[in-house]
Design a protein around this ligand. Structure first.
Ligand SMILES: [Zn+2]
Length: 499
């Protein structure tokens, strides 16, 4: 969760149960047991990339208390967990209680559940909601505890069960993905090293644009995307991968986008935090999304390098940064939605609502009702707020948030849990929305022109599209198309849409 109204604040300390370091192949035996370990004496492990489990307490043969390992150098944040369990007995049933979360509000109340996979079932899936409980527990200083029941139904030799807060997306996975793209030697893709992290990991900067745009001196429109400043918000990486897959593809819309726009993507702003299994902070315990105003090259090197690069782009006479979008995941709200800024310039404020409204018409999980515009003092250090105050008034800066749990698509009253695939779909929809934006609002930017986009050459299609965004599509749960508005001139943001 990036910069929402209800941002994670963390609790003031980690309590009496301070936990340092991850469990390492920890064999948990009943108290007083001195014999040889048997099947069913569980072995817990979190010593792997993005792993997080700090402590395990044996309660009974069927019940274990689990402690999230706090973020490195910042015990206030304890949310992300990611660990394996092995040496299970066939059909062994257990209750796992995660007892030291730093947050109280959680989508667990709405039915969210951890994800699980195992050696013979390698695809992540959510544990059924009906076996997950979230409650204040008198045994743990009235902390909120999340308990889930689980049956180790496959007990083949060496079957390893893997549990996680959300679908993991590691630093290494990103590196492998980027290396695969590099091997294709696409002439419209460039991968640069912006800097190295404190622990010497890569801060990648990707440039995606038509080959000609790399060298000519024409004016360029830039869309700048960042993600994973908050390391535990792994859905953001799935969105970025879906976005990159689309804009790198041979799809005609992707080709037109590349011809007209220079995409700059920093897919993982906090590689050390991701690697270490932190939820919110960097290796040194900083919430980097509160330091955009004055990042230090030694304390916040990835943020410092990204900001410096952005500022250089901004000062370049032939570059227009049209969009800055920072991708996050939200731990208490449903749907996909955006946070934007409030500007004194009424027109700019109104124009800012265009992109989220277009996104709403492209993505059935996007909610304009959840979308909010604010200028809270505490959010002044976020990328969205800082850049909103620096970039030209034709630029738009947003935080894109997606629920850790679910969305309402306006067709069914029941929420739909997100999967890795539906997170990636958001990335594709985000890319497609740029087409609509530039096609429909040519008055906002001199280039690319509306005629650059294929839909506009096709009157029928264009009409259909226009009616989609200006029409009457309205549904429950705030799932609105654009109501009471037309596209040209720009849709007005109604007073009640304001926070
Ligand atoms: Zn966040």
């Amino acid at each position: 969760m990036g910069d929402g109204k209800r941002a994670d604040s963390g609790s003031s300390d980690s309590g009496d149960d301070a936990v340092v370091g991850n469990v390492n192949k920890l064999l948990v035996l009943p108290p007083g047991y001195s014999g040889k370990p048997k099947k069913g004496h569980l072995i817990f492990d979190a010593c792997f990339e993005s792993g997080n489990l700090g402590r395990v307490d044996y309660i009974t043969e069927h019940e274990y208390d689990l402690f999230v390992r706090p973020d490195t150098c910042n015990p206030r944040f304890r949310v992300w967990f990611n660990f394996t369990v092995e040496n299970v007995r066939p059909d062994q049933r257990v209750i796992f209680n995660v007892v030291n979360f730093s947050k109280t509000k959680s989508l667990y109340r709405e039915g969210m559940s951890p994800v699980v996979k195992s050696t013979s079932r390698p695809k992540w899936q959510r544990i059924p909601s009906k076996t997950v409980y979230y409650y204040r527990c008198p045994d743990h200083r009235k902390n909120y505890v999340m308990s889930f029941l689980f049956c180790f139904d496959r007990a083949e030799e060496n079957e390893v069960y893997h549990f996680s807060y959300s679908y993991p997306y590691t630093y290494s996975r990103l590196q492998t993905y980027l290396e695969r793209i590099e091997k294709k030697q696409l002439n419209y893709f460039k991968r640069d090293l912006l800097t190295l992290t404190v622990q010497q990991r890569r801060l990648d900067l990707l440039t995606i644009t038509a080959h000609e745009n790399f060298n000519d001196s024409d004016r360029k429109n830039v869309v700048f995307v960042t993600s994973r400043v908050h390391p535990g918000e792994s859905p953001a990486s799935h969105i970025v991968q879906g976005f990159l897959d689309f804009i790198l593809s041979s799809h005609p819309v992707a080709r037109v986008l590349r011809e007209n726009i220079v995409f700059k993507v920093v897919p993982m702003l906090n590689p050390d935090g991701v690697y270490l299994g932190n939820y919110r902070c960097s290796l040194m315990g900083f919430d980097l999304n509160r330091h955009w105003q004055d990042p230090s090259p030694w304390a916040h090197p990835t943020l410092h390098a990204t900001k410096q690069y952005l500022m250089n782009l901004h000062s370049s006479p032939d570059i227009d940064i049209d969009f800055y979008i920072d991708i996050h995941a939200h731990s208490t709200l449903s749907n996909c939605f955006m946070y934007g800024n409030i500007y004194d310039d009424e027109d700019r404020f109104q124009r800012q609502a265009v992109f989220p409204r277009l996104m709403c018409s492209n993505a059935d999980d996007f909610s304009f009702a959840n979308t909010a515009f604010n200028r809270d003092v505490v959010k002044a250090g976020t990328g969205r707020r800082f850049l909103g105050g620096i970039l030209d008034e034709s630029s738009y800066c947003y935080t894109l948030e997606v629920s850790f749990y679910n969305y309402f698509n306006g067709l069914s009253p029941n929420p739909i849990p997100y999967t890795e695939e539906t997170y990636m779909r958001i990335g594709r929809n985000l890319a497609k929305t740029f087409t609509d934006y530039y096609k429909l609002t040519p008055q906002l930017v001199p280039k690319p022109t509306a005629s650059s986009f294929p839909y506009n050459r096709d009157k029928e299609k264009s009409k259909k599209k226009l009616s989609r965004v200006s029409g009457n599509s309205t549904s429950s749960n705030g799932h609105s198309g654009i109501r009471n508005t037309t596209i040209s001139p720009i849709p007005r943001l109604r007073q009640r849409d304001r926070p």
